[in-house]
Design a protein around this ligand. Structure first.
Ligand code: SAM
Length: 215
């Protein structure tokens, strides 16, 4: 996989901006992380298109503009510790790693975590810790988190994740009962409770219980 040429990179960034990704730090992080490294086989030639694409274990790497919009909604700062539920290819985690102090990412598929870890190592992203497990329960040993991002759709924001969010923290999660379209929501934890914002319709694979069977 070769890095995108200047014109491809320009079109990639243009597509992100035209779909609402305007925050300079997020665009810079997305410019710095080559999406092609997170794809394999025939799909790597489509890495710079604004579409979701298949990865191992029947999962998907999200659409770049959705990755950008979710990252933007998370308002990550350089001192933040972030939890991502749904490592998938590792692309979202790598972008978060450019913006945050530390990123924990968890997926229920061992194979996805193993493959993502190889890319993190090749990019020398030493501030990512990747783990296999059911992310609906979060990571109590590493909690609380400044930011939590869930990249699979839940019927409701999982309770353990809400309780592992710091006061002042933000969580972004696709929520909905339908398999087809869900609503991306942002939850802010304040001293007096939780504030919810509906951001936009999205399509994500479901947040499933337990571990995946693939090795
Ligand atoms: N963020 C990923 C990326 O950048 O490529 C895309 C994530 S993909 C749309 C959703 C991921 O959530 C899948 O890899 C799936 O295995 C994972 N997933 C689903 N339910 C989960 C759970 N309970 N715990 C952890 N991961 C889960």
């Amino acid at each position: 996989m070769t890095a995108p040429d200047a014109e491809t990179q320009m079109q990639f960034l243009f597509a992100l901006r035209s779909r609402g990704v305007t925050e300079a730090s997020v665009l810079a992080a997305m410019e710095a992380v080559d999406r092609g490294l997170f794809l394999r086989g025939i799909f790597s030639s489509r890495a710079y298109e604004d579409v979701p694409l298949p990865i191992s274990c029947g999962q998907t790497i999200s659409q770049p503009s959705v990755v950008g919009l979710m990252t933007q909604a998370l308002q990550v700062s350089p001192r933040d510790t972030v939890l991502e539920v749904g490592t998938g290819s590792g692309y979202q985690a790598a972008i978060l790693a450019k913006l945050a102090r530390r990123v924990y990412t968890i997926d229920r598929h061992n194979r996805l975590v193993r493959e993502a870890r190889q890319v993190f190592q090749s990019l020398r992203l030493a501030n990512i810790t990747s783990l296999v497990g059911d992310g609906s329960y979060g990571l109590p040993d590493q909690a609380p988190f400044d930011r939590i991002i869930v990249t699979a759709a839940a019927e409701d924001p999982p309770g353990p994740l809400l309780s592992q969010l710091k006061v002042g923290g933000i969580m972004v999660v696709p929520v909905g009962q339908s398999d087809a379209v869900q609503t991306l929501i942002r939850v802010r934890k304040t001293e007096i409770g939780l504030e919810y914002d509906e951001l936009r319709p999205v399509r994500f694979v479901p947040l499933l219980e337990g571990l995946g069977k693939e090795t």
